[in-house]
Design a protein around this ligand. Sequence first.
Ligand code: 6CS
Length: 347
Amino acid sequence: MKKRITTLVLLLALTMVIASGCSGTPEASEQTVWRFGHEETVGAIQDIYAHEFKRLVEERTDGDITVEIYRTGEIGGVMDYLEFQQGGLLDFSIVNPGTSSTTVPENNVFYNHFLLPEEDEQIQELLRTSKGVEMLNEINEENELKVLDWFYEGWNAWTADKPIRSPEDFEGVSIRTMASPLIVSSYQAYNANPTPMPYMEVYTGLQLKQIDAQVNPVFAIQEMGFYEVQDYLINARQDGFVAALVTQPDFYDQLDPEMQKMVDEIAYELNDFIIEEQAELNEKRLEMIKESSDIEIIELTPEERDVFREASGPAREVYRNSVGDKGKEILEIIREDSARISEEGNK
Ligand code: 6CS
């Protein structure tokens, strides 16, 4: 109840922001404000992305449009932001499937383990070209989320208070995950005890030993300080963190064709920009972790990864059972495209 009231107050505050100086249809003569929400903190990949989006929009409209960025926690939690986006209170947002799958379970397809190709450019190619992604976007649009682009933020790494090299090592380990049922079942398949909790509570949860482990890309492990309260960082490259730039279908439809073209082009260019940024940032942050802690870094061998690959099978069934025929087809197409892209890369 308290959360509901807080959300309503935030909605009201945001509506007042809207009323105080913006409209959904950008006319060159009037000042328009586009509201942009994302799920991360200062300096994170989504924040870098949002600021580059802002820079490009403001530059290409000669300042007729300004972009206001709302980071996670500034006007609500990630679930509030999703609601704001679907309701048109935010004009653009970055949403990852761990959040949006509460509305569109098919988005969980990206959290199927051992699905993505191995190289960054191959992941980019998959996200840009797969018919499965196009079908996924149609389902999102039916749910008030017009996907302008899917982009990649880096591999999800595990941190834990013990070394993890096999599903047996996960036995009894409380690992914090996002709330998506598929993510939860992925770690149940490894014998772990997945424990969903909000992103902002993970550090304290680890510190107080309410949880033993968590999963996130390296840049997030550094900036959220998780490495300070964990002994091991394990790279299994089981899944990657992908996120979507979304807008509201009605908002997009009422933009004039030139403006739509500008937004589409910016989304495309940003994908090239962010794939480089995430690689650099993840690498840089790994070095920072190594310099400022004695956390042990474990790279799983191909054989160790194969054991996890094998163990991940039941979670894939959970995905299939949680979606309809189209969702199952999306998984199949993405799986085939991923295998083909990987194979072409190995030639
Ligand atoms: O683990 C999470 O909940 C969050 N992790 C990242 C890297 N971005 C947003 C998400 O909410």
